[in-house]
Write a protein that binds this ligand. Structure first.
Ligand SMILES: [Zn+2]
Length: 179
């Protein structure tokens, strides 16, 4: 096991009462801290609450390793900047290929060493598969789109985001011999 997640708050689907979600989220963060594992954060329509809970949790301590990742990040670059300062990475997915997504701004402005990519499959398939079942091979559309936005080769984005993921989940020792 390389991380605790997804954990977080979902005030869109509200599958549990909000105070129950908050209690569970805090306990899961405590567990991650106890085990020394990074966290994968899910946040939907709960930006202020998640920011405040993670600010308390991160506590401004200087970290040499990433604390975790904001998965399928839907906030703007200003919010992303606050998480990056705390020691989190930001993950974007298929929406970067949609019109009017904050993910485009993130893809353009985020320091590349703070960015990871994901499918969120089976959800959030990138254009031209939007609305269909997503799958890992479609990540190439996400990476190519980020490359277009930054005017960089997709390969470079792929390599950097893969390295970021290896660092985030501390995979180097697991991968030794396979690379
Ligand atoms: Zn999620």
């Amino acid at each position: 096991m390389v991380a605790i997640g997804e954990i977080g708050l979902d005030f869109y689907r509200n599958l549990s009462p909000r105070d129950t979600q908050i209690k569970a989220f805090k306990r899961q963060l405590e567990l991650a801290e106890k085990l020394g594992l990074p966290v994968i954060i899910h946040c939907r329509e709960a930006q202020q609450e998640v920011l405040s809970i993670l600010t308390d949790w991160a506590g401004g301590s200087e970290q040499d390793k990433p604390l975790g990742v904001l998965h399928c990040f839907s906030g703007d670059m200003e919010l992303a900047g606050r998480y990056i300062e705390m020691g989190f990475l930001i993950s974007i997915a298929g929406p970067v290929t949609y019109r009017n997504s904050h993910a485009v701004e993130i893809a353009r402005d985020i320091p590349l060493e703070k960015l990871v990519v994901e499918t969120d499959c089976p959800y959030l398939a990138p254009h031209p598969y939007r609305g269909k079942r997503n799958e890992p091979s479609y990540l190439s559309f996400v990476v190519e789109k980020i490359g277009q936005i930054r005017r960089l080769p997709g390969d470079l984005i792929a390599e950097q985001t893969a390295n970021n993921a290896i660092q985030l989940f501390r995979l180097a020792s697991h991968l030794k011999g396979d690379l």
